[in-house]
Design a binder for this molecule. Structure first.
Ligand code: IVH
Length: 670
């Protein structure tokens, strides 16, 4: 009992501190998931020891305290919270409770209104006789801050409701938030001015709505979606929540376009998965979905428990931000020798997967974030994006840590590390002497989009290099069955199969071959452009810098990289060996020139064309002997512009590049 009591006291104090930082200072110290965990632990302890629940416990109120500077608004009806579901079982149990309480016959399914759970701030707006009178934040749920003047600055908030049949008084509730694009732009502008940037859209929305000067709020890209009702006098509500939302839209109040009515648990879970899939492209932040019993009559029947309705639940997505410790910072050496700092982490479950490594990209990023061994960090993994370290929680840095330094020599081969002034990347100068660079360049050479050597996986390449059997891509073509059979997990059959696929890879295209060489900055598209432009390896190898720059989309940096690559004797030797081993591709066909309608022409596409899709248009141009570039430059012959063409059209006009329509393109091709 005594230990439970002291733990509860400690939890309350810690949660109160986090509340203050989150709600009042807009500067949270820990990610939401950590905060939720503390709350859950406290709730569990209080459920076990109800006699120890005190009125000042954070479980006994909804949110933070109102800021003193704003006027106070007492909500006509308290603004409550939602219970959370974290699993399918939680959702099933919620639906069961609903059906039991409503005493529905077995098999009768409930209709729910499903909505994204917006990650912004809850607000309440009162309309009297259709006129916006008062707007307030949620505050502690009973009374909030008077932010009427600030809400009036949000374009999507109607100052007078549209349509007719307005009730005498209605308190509509919703969420103020900042869309991803608005947030990004606001931070870019702030950075350019040297101002402080916001950590995330939610904090940006909160900070913007809590401005004491409404003229500042007016400059912020705040948005709003309405999803509920508080007090309602002098009128009647429709029978269903979904109909009420339709009513809100008629009054000119914005609602979320993703809202649907779904039936039964299966319907709810389908909705959850569907919104989860589309989450990265919604354009605003959500942290789950909310299910609400659609019938308002049933909602009244179900009523509330303490702080939350029995008729609704929030089904949360796995946290995208988590906290963990840095065990070590190591340096990985890539194909071109670039040294990348990688943080080795105490494994942590975040964004639905266990993460134990996070790249820090380059020395500058490492310096900016100042990640040190032993640090507690916030790790983020959103959607399929690679995990990243958002920031260090400095408050938790152990004593006596050191800044992580760029090593003076390569951790793999010991060659000197060089970093050109003003460049972000530091490189191992060992070139193909460095086993790490060798391995990466061979992996790249064999990869599917390059020479496509089936069955030559990363592990195998590492073994071959470590055993000293293969030193460059050319050695792959000299491999023998006897050499392969000596390797781990390599039998007679698999060795024969691998040799066959190595042999098959000899037949390739010029573009693939160029890409496979791993010339810095030459990706697939650039390789294709260069191959189409020069046609043969000989003419590319003897081309001057200027001639290489004549390739569409190739600028001085890439041209320099290409020239430098072929100027190196070591690279030329590897290329010649590859050719000697029989690597070959078809010669360019004669028809690919003069007599084709778009021969020698470079075209750029922009906007939506009336009938042709992007890929079709590109294929059509290539078939007619033309080249497709991705950006407009002096080298562009035609810009094919469709609907909602943007900056490319401006650029073409500026440079005097001919702008043509789809119809004109079709005419040219014919
Ligand atoms: S309904 C009594 N619907 O979640 C029902 N809330 O945990 C109260 N939220 O304070 C809320 N999206 O800030 C509801 N579609 C949605 C929501 C939503 C976000 C937030 C809101 C509320 C919190 C409750």
């Amino acid at each position: 009992m005594a230990t439970a009591k002291s733990r509860m006291l400690a939890l309350r104090a810690e949660i109160a501190r986090h509340d203050h930082r989150y709600y009042v200072l807009d500067d949270p110290e820990v990610p939401d998931a950590e905060y939720d965990r503390l709350m859950r632990e406290l709730r569990a302890l209080e459920a076990e020891h109800p006699a120890l629940v005190t009125p000042d416990s954070p479980t006994q109120r909804v949110g933070g305290t109102a800021l003193r500077e704003f006027g106070e608004v007492v909500h006509g009806m308290p603004m409550l919270s939602l219970d959370n579901a974290f699993s399918e079982e939680d959702v099933t149990a919620f639906d069961r409770r609903v059906r039991e309480r409503l005493e529905l016959p077995d098999g009768e399914q409930v209709e729910y209104n499903c909505e994204p759970k917006l990650d912004g701030l809850a607000i309440s707006l009162t309309y009297v006789d259709g006129v916006f009178t008062v707007g307030a934040t949620r505050g502690d749920g009973v009374k909030g801050e008077d932010v009427t003047a600030n809400l009036r600055t949000i374009g999507s908030v109607p100052l007078r409701l549209l349509g007719g049949r307005h009730p005498k008084l209605v308190e509509v509730r919703g969420e103020v938030f900042m869309g991803d694009a608005g947030f990004a732009k606001m931070n870019r502008d702030a950075e350019a001015r040297g101002d402080k940037v916001f950590v995330n859209p939610r904090n940006a929305a909160a900070g913007s709505l809590r401005q004491l000067d409404p003229s500042i709020t007016a400059t912020r890209p705040l948005e709003i979606f309405f999803y509920g009702v508080g007090s309602f006098e002098g009128g009647s509500l429709p029978p269903r929540h979904s109909e009420f939302l339709a009513q809100l839209r008629e009054w000119g109040l914005r609602t979320c376009p993703e809202i649907r009515v779904c039936t039964g648990v299966e319907g709810l879970l389908d909705y959850y998965r569907e919104i989860g899939r589309r989450r990265p492209t919604l354009g605003y932040q959500i942290d789950g979905v909310v299910y609400k019993v659609d019938s308002l009559g049933r909602q009244r029947e179900l009523g509330f428990v303490a702080r939350a309705p029995r008729w609704a639940i929030a089904h949360k997505f796995p946290a995208e931000e988590e906290m963990t410790q840095v065990r070590d910072v190591e340096w990985q050496v890539g194909r071109t020798g670039a040294l990348t700092p990688v943080a080795r982490l105490e494994p942590v479950f975040v964004g639905g997967v266990t993460v134990s490594n996070a790249t820090l990209h380059n020395v500058d990023e490492l310096t900016r974030k100042d990640v040190r061994i032993g640090d507690t960090v916030i790790v983020r993994r959103a959607g399929d994006v690679i995990p990243e370290i958002v920031r260090v929680i400095l408050e938790r840095r152990p004593r006596g840590t050191d800044v992580v330094q760029l090593p003076a020599s390569c951790p793999v081969c010991g060659s000197a590390v060089s970093r050109i002034e003003g460049e972000a990347v530091a490189r191992c100068t060992g070139g193909l002497v460095c086993p790490a660079q060798r391995k990466e360049s061979i992996k790249h050479f064999a990869s599917r989009r390059a020479m496509d050597v089936e069955g030559l996986g990363d592990k195998l390449v590492e073994q071959l290099v470590d055993a000293g059997i293969v030193a460059s891509a050319a050695d792959l073509y000299a491999l023998t069955a006897a050499q392969l059979e000596g390797l781990e997990r390599m039998g007679e059959k698999s060795a024969a199969k691998l040799l066959a696929s190595i042999a098959a890879s000899r037949e390739t295209t010029f573009a693939r071959f160029l890409f496979a060489l791993g010339i810095p900055n030459v990706g697939e598209a650039t390789a294709l452009g260069i191959a189409e432009h020069f046609g043969t390896l000989d003419s590319l190898q003897s081309a001057s810098l200027e001639q290489i720059m004549a390739v569409p989309d190739v600028g001085p940096v890439v041209a320099e990289d290409v020239r430098e690559f072929f100027d190196s004797k070591r690279n030329r030797d590897v290329v010649n060996l590859l050719l000697a081993h029989g690597v070959a591709w078809p010669a360019p066909t004669a028809s690919k020139s003069e007599n084709q309608p778009l021969a020698g022409k470079t075209l750029v596409l922009t906007g939506t064309l009336p009938t042709l899709g992007r890929a079709d248009a590109e294929a059509l141009i290539r078939k007619a002997g033309g080249k497709v570039a991705s950006s407009v430059s002096k080298k562009t012959d035609y810009l094919v512009a469709g609907d909602s063409a943007g900056s490319k059209l401006d650029k073409a006009t500026q440079l005097g590049v001919a702008v043509i329509s789809e119809e004109q393109l079709l005419h040219l091709v014919r």
